[in-house]
Design a binder for this molecule. Structure first.
Ligand code: SF4
Length: 379
């Protein structure tokens, strides 16, 4: 029997491309009404406006997973974000104790477009990280190295940290996590974002020379000498966010020349040269709070994803808000989540033929959860 003959066949995606925004929005709203509180649509701050408008909850990646896990009614999650976020939601929302409380019901976490990955997360693959660990063990005592992964990483890397006494961090708690790590070891192995690792470590007084960068494509020792590795405090992975990497010191200088009083506010995924010039820095949430609390009439140039900055502009017309770059820096992979994909995945979910369900295997989830829980215990 062909799938087209089957009443329960997955709805194909192609026809959804032909629908206009008004019809897609109406059909999405119809599924939301039909599924009620059992359905949670999560929208990351970097999503486009027409998608964010349809989300039940808006937040950063970890905040959204936590909120979803706390919902008593939620039976289905549609995550308008990128792949690692859907993995984290699956790990957190389907913890064994929560599953037991739901009579074993595993909440499916749907990513509307599987091509919505994260270029930064993709820069560290588990095999590369394991090879690095092995190579390092020929030079230093790995019992004294604590691996730390940014939450923007694959579940397999979080599990690696869980297995090796390590931990997960977010952009808002990176410093507290590094302090935790230094209470347990002499060195930190930080991946995948070199900028968050470097900016945070420098704020703790660690010198640049003590932070070699590990290039997974270099022939030996990630492109470092044995001396570099022995003298290290933090070994940084050569990864970066393609969005935040685009902000440059000359952008800061341009805004300061135009308006010496303007405040420069950046995300710690920005390169060090930009980070050091900024007046303030913080995670996505901190950036939002800073603008919310800023006095009317204050002027800001913000270095983070374009959709978020534009939304802050719209929501705070009493403040002058600029995007800290003359070129467009938006998260192209987040942008893949659009109304056609959202409508298609929702209608399949409502029809009982879920598509793009992200499921982390039990063993990986167990160790990843250990690394996440260590972070939560820090408070
Ligand atoms: S903004 Fe950067 S770190 Fe965030 S999902 Fe996009 S590529 Fe990944």
């Amino acid at each position: 029997m062909s799938t087209l003959d089957t009443p329960t066949a997955t709805l194909p995606f192609e026809p959804y491309r032909e629908l206009d925004s008004a019809e897609l929005t109406e059909r999405i709203q119809a599924v939301r009404s039909q599924m009620g509180k059992e359905l949670l649509i999560l929208g990351h701050h970097y999503q486009q406006d027409e998608v964010i408008a349809l989300a039940d909850l808006r937040g950063d990646s970890y905040q959204l997973s936590k909120l979803a896990a706390q919902s008593r009614d939620c039976r289905y999650i549609v995550f308008c974000g990128v792949h690692f976020m859907a993995e984290t939601a699956d790990i957190v929302a389907n913890r064994p104790e929560v599953l037991a409380g739901r009579d074993g019901w595993r909440v499916p976490v749907v990513l509307p477009d599987l091509a919505a990955g994260c270029s930064m997360a993709d820069m560290a693959e588990i095999e590369q990280v394991e090879n690095c660990w092995d190579e390092l063990s020929e030079v230093i005592d790995m019992d004294r190295v604590v691996p730390v992964t940014y939450i923007n990483s694959a579940a397999s890397l979080k599990a690696f940290c869980g297995r090796h006494g390590g931990i997960v961090c977010t952009s808002s708690n990176a410093r507290a996590v590094l302090e935790w790590a230094f209470e347990r070891g002499d060195r930190v192995f930080f991946f995948p974002d070199q900028h968050l690792g470097r900016n945070t470590s420098m704020g703790m007084g660690i010198a640049l020379e003590q932070m070699p960068v590990w290039d997974p494509f270099a022939d030996e020792l990630g492109g470092n000498s044995e001396e570099d590795i022995r003298g290290s405090k933090v070994i940084l992975w050569k990864g970066w966010c393609s969005v935040h990497q685009m902000f440059r010191p000359e952008h800061v200088e341009m805004f300061r020349r135009r308006d010496p009083e303007i405040r420069i506010l950046v995300h710690p995924e920005c390169p060090r040269e930009v980070f050091e010039l900024a007046d303030e820095f913080g995670s996505t949430n901190k950036i939002i709070q800073t603008i919310q609390q800023a006095p009317a009439g204050s002027r800001w140039a913000i270095g983070t994803e374009l959709h978020l900055v534009n939304r802050l502009k719209q929501e705070h017309p009493d403040k002058e808000i600029h995007f800290l770059s003359p070129v467009v820096c938006m998260c192209a992979t987040m942008y893949r989540i659009d109304l056609p994909h959202l409508c298609w995945s929702l209608e399949n979910l409502a029809a009982g033929t879920p598509v793009n369900v992200i499921e982390v295997d039990d063993e990986t989830a167990k160790w990843a959860r250990i690394a996440i829980e260590r972070m939560l215990d820090i408070g």
